[in-house]
Design a protein around this ligand. Structure first.
Ligand SMILES: Nc1ncnc2c1ncn2[C@@H]1O[C@H](COP(=O)(O)OP(=O)(O)OP(=O)(O)O)[C@@H](O)[C@H]1O
Length: 203
């Protein structure tokens, strides 16, 4: 399976184009790093690939077909700020089950404590809540994961543990990953290849 963006272009309102004619392709099982300057449009690209926004130019396809409009989305995105991605009134257990039944082995691999399940988001730390968002995004229907600075708030040991859990799951299920990060050392450790995001105006 292949997630492909062809000729992608985006700009906000009348601002200059953040990117134009941008091509990107991620295959099943690949872990692709994306690194580049702050504010250059990497998150926006991720949102386009995950189907949150339609590109102003170009197309996104999964094995040649447009991204599905209904049902569970095979391209999941996890953001830098987990508190913005969950319903604050729901329990952790309900948040996790939004995308399918609880997966105890995956939760354990991500360092999710069973004691958190009855809590609400504000009763977890940012790093704890992020692991919930990651587990939710790795439901059985996920084929690609767009990971946007997802472990920036974790210390080095937890960061390593969480990525180990994600990579183990991805390898088992041949999930393709786009890891967006400013941390080149992290990307060099986890990725099969790294893409340098083009400078603004260079494409
Ligand atoms: N909804 C929006 N409306 C207008 N401008 C926006 C919007 N979202 C982002 N921008 C602007 O678009 C540019 C690209 O933002 P984006 O978040 O995609 O960059 P980024 O490369 O992911 O940045 P960072 O590495 O800092 O997370 C920035 O200048 C940002 O201020």
């Amino acid at each position: 399976m292949r997630l492909e963006g062809r000729g992608l272009g985006w700009r906000y309102g009348r601002e200059s184009w953040l990117f134009r004619e941008y091509d990107i392709s991620i295959s099943a099982g690949e872990v692709v790093g994306l690194i580049g300057p702050s504010g250059s449009g990497k998150t926006t690209l991720g949102r386009i690939l995950a189907g949150y926004i339609r590109p102003l130019a170009g197309t996104v396809t999964l094995d040649g077909d447009p991204l599905p409009q209904t049902g569970y989305h095979p391209v999941q995105m996890v953001f830098q700020h987990p508190e913005q991605a969950v319903n604050p009134r729901w329990t952790v257990s309900r948040i996790l089950q939004e995308s399918g039944p609880l997966d105890e082995a995956l939760n354990e691999a991500l360092g999710i404590s069973p004691a958190w399940l009855d809590r609400r988001p504000h009763e977890l730390s940012g790093g704890e809540l992020q692991r919930i968002c990651i587990a939710r995004a790795l439901a059985p229907g996920t084929r690609f994961l767009i990971a946007d600075e997802i472990t920036a708030m974790l210390d080095a040991i937890l960061q390593a543990q969480v990525w180990q859990g994600i990579l183990h799951e991805a390898e088992k299920r041949r999930i393709g990953i786009l890891a967006i990060s400013h941390d080149r050392r992290l990307l060099e450790r986890i990725c099969t290849r790294i893409i340098e995001w083009p400078q603004r105006g260079s494409s």
